[in-house]
Design a protein around this ligand. Structure first.
Ligand code: AMO
Length: 445
């Protein structure tokens, strides 16, 4: 008999179906035994009476075992009904066969577990409803990102992971042996997305990037998924901010629409996304605010500390009702070589960070498009006297006419974690890599 998905069982009330899934729980009452079975679409209660020829076999079934069940769909007795899609139904088992038996899980499926257990048993913890909800939300985020930008005339591309030179400043790259040469893993698709503006005008990518940062924090991964876009013919960084705002609005709307049940499982609340431009302030203004209103003295510092980002987000929420805030104009010296300087604000750049629920989720801005300005900036930043010797491939795009352009990169794990109310961005990575872990722990504490 053809497999009936559990979502469709209710369409067959009164007739026989064959369902195939995994055992969630077995409840043995002696004279009657219940098996809760789940597949990707839902769950259902299966029932066996004590005189069933396979009753003794059923008593030995363990959670997580894979079971094919054939039986008649019927209404549950009034007092046994529960909430949920198949809560008023059950399958009266005529026969079952076990496709795979499971050992006992090494943790309690529904309990809170610590982060090491979460990752030590990742092949199994991904089966928990909480983790399923996180990655369903994540899928909707990436899907909505693609939808929005495709609708705005952007073309998707796949960026290379093996690169010759680094875009973001050099220090934190993983080197790889590339035949008899040295190459590295890409820290971002930056140089490629800029090159592609010269060819396609508007491009985006969703792909893995690698950072050899020795951080052990709740926001850093050594491999993460970067959602990037780059667009030509802009006036300045505010055009990029406006595009990102539209994109974030679409993402949140789609998550709200498609992920109601998952958000409920996670006890997560949707963020407030303004329909008007998001609040935005310069770094120096933010520092004055932090100092004058919150007694945090950080004026003159080159960047915001995590604590500053947290306070600024709380401020934006309280004062403007927005869960998002842009901080613009970081100092030239802290930003990569491709960043556009603001002639009206010497020493500062036409770029931004987007903060959400206490953390930076995106960086972006206008880029230098003029060949000689770029050559000058690369030399100043890197000390390379003739940038053509190192960056000639990238520089071709600029020698042959490049429109004013800009773009941004957004970490999928950080955004997902904040939407789902997770404490650690690593929880929003199916298989996180950090200093201490590539699937298995690398060092004993
Ligand atoms: P940046 O290096 O700021 O900018 O990264 C952009 C966004 O990527 C995420 N992110 C990370 N997520 C997890 N672990 C990490 N180690 C990590 N590092 C960064 C953050 C961050 O805001 N090329 C520029 C982007 C651009 O200007 O287009 C870049 O990569 O969410």
């Amino acid at each position: 008999m053809e497999r009936c998905l559990l979502r469709q069982v209710r369409e067959h009330n009164g007739s026989e179906v064959t369902v195939w899934g995994k055992v969630l729980v077995v409840r043995d009452h002696g004279k009657v035994l219940f098996i809760d079975l789940a597949d990707r679409t839902g769950s259902v209660q299966c029932v066996l009476k004590g005189d069933h020829p396979q009753f003794a076999e059923a008593q030995k079934l363990t959670p997580e075992s894979i079971l094919m069940v054939t039986g008649a769909v019927q209404d549950r007795s009034e007092k046994n009904r529960s909430d949920g899609d198949n809560g008023a139904l059950e399958i009266l088992v005529s026969s079952f066969s076990q496709s795979a038996a499971a050992q006992t899980l090494p943790f309690d499926r529904d309990a809170d577990i610590n982060i090491d257990t979460l990752f030590d048993y990742r092949p199994l913890t991904l089966r928990r409803s909480r983790e399923q909800a996180v990655f369903r939300v994540q899928m909707s985020v990436a899907q909505a990102f693609r939808e929005y930008l495709s609708g705005e005339g952007f073309m998707e591309f796949q960026a290379p992971a093996i690169v010759g030179g680094d875009a973001e400043g050099g220090a934190e790259v993983f080197g790889v042996d590339y035949f008899d040469k040295r190459a590295s893993l890409a820290t971002s698709p930056q140089l490629y997305k800029q090159i592609l503006v010269g060819a396609f005008e508007r491009v985006f990518s969703v792909g893995n990037v690698f950072r050899a940062e020795k951080h052990s924090t709740s926001r850093h991964l050594n491999e993460y998924t970067s959602m990037d876009f780059e667009m030509g013919y802009i006036t300045d960084h505010t055009d990029v901010q406006a595009m990102l705002e539209g994109c974030v609005r679409h993402i949140v709307r789609q998550v709200a629409d498609r992920c109601k049940n998952h958000l409920t499982v996670l006890e997560a609340s949707l963020p407030i996304v303004p329909e008007t431009p998001f609040p935005s302030m310069k770094l120096t203004e933010a520092q004055v605010l932090l100092s004058e209103k919150y007694g945090i003295s950080c004026e003159g510092e080159k960047d915001l500390a995590p604590e500053h980002e947290r306070v600024l987000c709380e401020h934006a929420q309280k004062e403007t009702g927005s869960d998002f805030i842009f901080i613009t104009h970081y100092p030239t010296e802290t930003r990569p070589m491709y960043t556009y300087d603001d002639a009206d604000d010497p020493g500062y750049t036409k770029g931004f960070d987007l903060l959400f629920r206490g953390i930076e989720i995106s960086t972006g801005g206008q880029r230098i498009h003029d060949y000689s300005t770029l050559i000058e900036k690369i030399t100043k930043k890197t000390g390379i006297a003739d940038p053509e010797t190192v960056f000639s491939f990238y520089l071709q795009a600029f020698r042959y006419g490049m429109p004013p352009h800009g773009g941004m990169g957004m970490g999928l794990e950080r955004l997902t974690a904040k939407l789902c109310g997770l404490q650690n961005a690593k929880e929003a990575s199916m298989f996180p890599r950090d200093r201490n872990r590539i699937d298995v722990k690398l060092y004993d504490e």
